[in-house]
Ligand binder design. Structure first.
Ligand code: F0G
Length: 459
């Protein structure tokens, strides 16, 4: 018999279960809150059997050794850390696309711009389907398969659906995708259909899709793979382990994440908390969350109610991945902000567009939702909340190819409307123009091209 190391705990009333007392939409039947996966034996005050507590130096050595392995699970940047993911009955049956193993890039020009010595990007857009969702999807979809569900489903702004569709296809499971009509970037919609999911565009927004799906999963044996699913967060905690490993087990001072449905910041927080508890690292980083101004329920909650309650907003932003007005995991993220003394900021459409072009100019690129991290960092630096000598890691959640329409519109000068440009200072307008690098149409002669090169050099 397998030893059950993990339990599920409601973050509202604290009830602990191995699955009962929970709705199909992962809500507590008592208090309606969400659950998190816990491993009591890892925590010295957790009351569990401490012989099950992983050993930090041994783990580091084992994980390093696995980098050379040709085994499928070892090649995954999620399952390489499987000692910290002990919830599958048969780990070898995990559904994997070799996710994770994403690079930690330096951003020297962006660092100079904000006056920091060390600024990094953890590029989760370098995952198999181009977003951070793959790390959580390999975990939760593997659970769905183990539980023999015929269908998996999600409501999505596009990235979760792309990831779910791909992993379901690998597992030979049926996938149901609900997305808001007209508000999902083409690259993401294309992935969902290409990977064979039943893709339904509903005449509503993301929050409306969530409501419809919540009813469906109550009626039919359909496994919900939105980030309310606690196993998603288990996978999504592994980039925290990768960051620590990539920095020689020195935790950075500050991690900055975009905030949409508000699960990812909490997942990374959980990863850092568990590493700290197990003695893999010696402290927690500050974790800050940045929202788009047009989709800012967490920011508003922190400002008005100190994170004690959240009022949904009517969301609107071109960063369509985070166009969410009623985020499910807001309470988990508030805990993370409080525990790590993180900040919550909001950024405008213009700030997002400029930050995205600046990250692009580093030769890295990301999708608009990811760029809120750098836009937010700029604000935190101006406010004096980040010191020059602090090491900061931006979590870039999606690949630049996900939303190329946005990128082209920005560089052609058609993204920002007249009123948005008019709201900028002269210096900011200048920055927008300077950052724009539209493609140029030329006669097909060497002279025309050479002249253009010269013009470019002269600026
Ligand atoms: N960045 C990107 C690129 C995203 O796709 C998302 C969420 C987020 C940030 C926000 O993460 O929800 O954990 O706060 N996308 C979800 C989706 C909602 O359906 O793809 P979060």
């Amino acid at each position: 018999m397998t030893i059950r190391l993990h339990q599920l705990r409601c973050i509202g009333c604290g009830i602990v279960t191995s699955g009962e007392g929970m709705s199909a939409a992962f809500r507590c039947l008592q208090c309606k809150e969400l659950f998190e996966v816990i491993y009591p034996s890892w925590f010295l005050d957790g009351g569990g059997d401490h012989s099950q507590r992983p050993n930090a130096p041994a783990l580091r050595a084992l994980w390093a050794e696995r980098k050379l392995s040709t085994e499928m699970l070892d090649q995954s940047g999620v399952w390489r850390f499987r000692e910290l993911l002990p919830f599958l009955d048969e780990p070898k049956q995990a559904v994997t696309l070799r996710e994770g193993n994403t690079p930690l890039y330096e951003l020297p020009r962006c660092a100079r711009q904000v006056g920091l010595d060390r600024l990094y990007a953890k590029h989760q857009g370098m995952n198999p389907t181009g977003s951070f969702k793959d790390t959580g999807m390999t975990a939760a979809l593997s659970v769905a398969r183990e539980k023999n569900f015929p269908w998996v489903a999600c409501a999505s702004t596009g990235n979760t659906s792309a990831a779910m569709a791909a992993y379901a296809a690998r597992a030979g499971m049926r996938a149901l995708v609900l997305i808001p009509e007209g508000k999902v970037a083409w690259g993401k919609l294309a992935q969902s259909v290409d990977y064979g999911a039943l893709t339904c565009q509903l005449k509503t927004d993301f929050d409306g899709c969530v409501r419809v799906l919540a009813e469906i999963v109550e009626r039919e044996p359909v496994y919900l793979l939105n980030s309310v699913n606690p196993y998603r967060l288990e996978g999504q905690k592994t980039p925290a382990i990768e960051i620590a490993e990539q920095m020689e087990w020195q935790v950075p001072d500050h991690i900055i994440v975009p905030g949409g449905n508000l699960a990812n910041g909490a997942a990374l927080g959980k990863g850092f908390r568990e590493m700290y508890a197990l003695g893999l690292t010696s402290r927690l980083p500050r974790i800050s969350v940045i929202q788009a101004q047009g989709a800012n329920p967490l920011y508003t909650s922190m400002m008005q109610f100190n994170g004690e309650r959240m009022e949904p907003v009517q969301a609107d932003t071109r960063a369509s991945a985070i166009r969410i007005g009623n985020p499910a995991s807001w309470r988990k993220t508030v805990h993370t902000l409080q525990e790590t003394h993180g900040f919550c900021e909001q950024v405008s459409e213009q700030e997002i567009a400029m930050a995205k072009a600046e990250i692009g100019a580093e030769g890295i690129g990301c999708e608009p939702a990811s760029a809120v991290t750098f836009a937010g960092l700029k604000k935190l630096c101006v406010q004096g909340k980040v010191r020059r000598d602090e090491s900061v890691v931006l979590i870039l959640t999606g690949n630049t190819l996900k939303d190329s329409e946005y990128t082209i519109d920005f560089h052609r000068g058609t993204l920002l409307k007249d009123a948005e440009m008019a709201a900028l200072s002269a210096k900011e307008k200048d920055t927008v123009h300077r950052l724009a690098r539209p493609p140029v149409l030329l006669e097909s002669t060497p002279e025309a091209v050479l002249r253009q090169m010269e013009t470019t050099v002269r600026g």
